[in-house]
Write a protein that binds this ligand. Structure first.
Ligand code: GLC
Length: 440
């Protein structure tokens, strides 16, 4: 069996681990400047100037059904949309602010359309909700705030009341978890309780569970949507650990107990979450597929981000990247869904340049060939344990021999327990080819 004991948490995470692959969507006013979702603070843009994006937000090409179809075709099983990012702009029709899409030329509830469309395609839906808010008048100025370097920042900060803001968040989370049916994931973002402005600016305090009043916020979410999955970024441990923008090398463990946890890596196609017109570090097809495989081989999920344009579409580069997943998942999704880290004792020494995943029931082992080897793949310890082997994408048999490669074999190419897979000389036309082993 390859199902591992995982730290138990309040939310319903079983479906999530089986799903393995989701779409993150960062969409907001920052799609207009198109130079990172942090543009307001990176460039310390004034409210007045940022307002032009509010006045011009007109996503006339937005068709959530197209997004949902693209996500589904890419093999994604769920999606998480920014309902509000750090800029504070709401993509839904909130009663508690005027700073929302229904008051822009968009004129409609964009979250609602997202929920309806993704659900119609059979995908689960999640809401990202930013704890940080660079628009709300009661959000105290801190080191990340666009007004941090204003000469009168201290004066501007006076009278800002975090309690009022914390109540505002509860009001909005109540709306989000009441008005849109069943919501599967709530993705809070993020906390920095220990950071402050440094010498002379200690009053710029960081924010964490006390400031957000996270316990109340989470209790409310659980009351409204009992099974919902909540991430850990409200500075209170919940269901989901969220390593961001790096590749893990082993299953994420609980820092104190060492238990395996439910985790989800989030990654971008290029170097920005929001639509970034001029950013050019787009990941190659190989890198994209390897990220997904590597994640699942360490027992995690991948949440792959798309930053739609101001007109409301995925741009051509995002579409091409999604197509990479669609093509690969078409033939190889069996090595992803319901799969996890392979049993460690099955493979005493792993061949180079590969990753392994294994079906939850333990019956199938998948070898993902990151670099295509010449001729044979040597699997020490697996002789006698494999009933049949094939390439996954086309179901073509892979011949196996045991004990040695051939008459001339030396060293590691010979030995008891050695299983030899005889691969074709030419790499199949698949970004990362997968060998499927049916275990006895
Ligand atoms: C970070 C960033 C943010 C992005 C998020 C995604 O915390 O602040 O812009 O939304 O990561 O994980």
């Amino acid at each position: 069996m390859s199902s591992y004991p995982i730290r138990s948490t309040p939310g319903d995470t079983a479906w999530f681990r089986a799903a393995r692959f989701g779409m993150f969507i960062h969409w907001g006013l920052y799609a207009l400047p198109a130079r990172h979702e942090w543009v307001k603070t990176n460039e310390k843009i004034s409210e007045e100037k940022y307002d032009q994006y509010f006045r011009h937000f007109d996503p006339d090409l937005y068709d959530a059904r197209e997004w949902a179809k693209a996500a589904k075709a890419a093999g994604m099983k769920y999606a998480v949309l920014t309902t509000k990012h750090h800029e504070g702009f709401c993509m839904f029709d909130s009663q508690f602010t005027d700073y929302k899409c229904t008051n822009t030329p968009a004129g409609r509830d964009l979250v609602k359309e997202f929920v309806d469309a993704f659900r119609a395609e059979g995908l689960r839906v999640g809401f990202y909700y930013s704890l940080i808010d660079w628009h709300h008048p009661h959000f105290p100025i801190d080191i990340y705030h666009p007004r941090r370097d204003d000469p009168d920042a201290f004066e501007q900060n006076r009278g800002r009341d975090m309690k009022i803001y914390a109540q505002y968040m509860r009001d909005q989370v109540r709306e989000l978890l009441t008005n849109y049916g069943k919501i599967d994931i709530l993705w809070f973002d993020w906390s920095y309780p220990d950071q402050h402005g440094g010498p002379g600016r200690e009053w710029m305090r960081g924010k964490g569970r006390n400031e957000w009043e996270s316990d109340q916020l989470i209790a409310l979410a659980r009351e409204l949507q009992p099974g919902i999955i909540i991430d850990n970024r409200a500075d209170v441990e919940q269901d989901l650990w969220t390593p961001e923008q790096y590749q893990v090398t082993e299953w994420v463990r609980h820092r104190e107990t060492g238990e395996l946890v439910t985790w989800e890596a989030c990654q971008t196609f290029s170097g920005s979450w929001g639509y970034h017109r001029d950013e050019s570090t787009w990941k190659s097809p190989e890198m994209l597929i390897r990220m997904l495989v590597n994640t699942v081989s360490c027992g995690g999920n991948l949440l792959m981000n798309v930053g739609p344009t101001a007109r409301g579409e995925f741009d051509y580069r995002a579409k091409a990247s999604l197509q990479v997943f669609a093509d690969w998942m078409h033939g190889n999704s069996r090595a992803i869904y319901n799969c996890t880290m392979a049993e460690p004792d099955l493979l005493p020494s792993l061949p180079r340049d590969c990753r392994f995943t294994q079906s939850e029931d333990g019956s199938r082992l998948y070898i993902h060939l990151f670099a295509y080897p010449f001729g044979q793949l040597l699997l020490p310890g697996l002789a006698g344990k494999v009933e049949y082997a094939q390439f996954l994408h086309d179901g073509s048999e892979i011949l196996m021999t045991e004990g040695k490669v051939d008459h001339f074999s030396e060293g590691a190419a010979r030995g008891d327990g050695l299983l030899v897979l005889n691969l074709p000389a030419v790499k199949p036309a698949v970004t990362v080819p997968v060998v499927e082993l049916f275990l006895k």
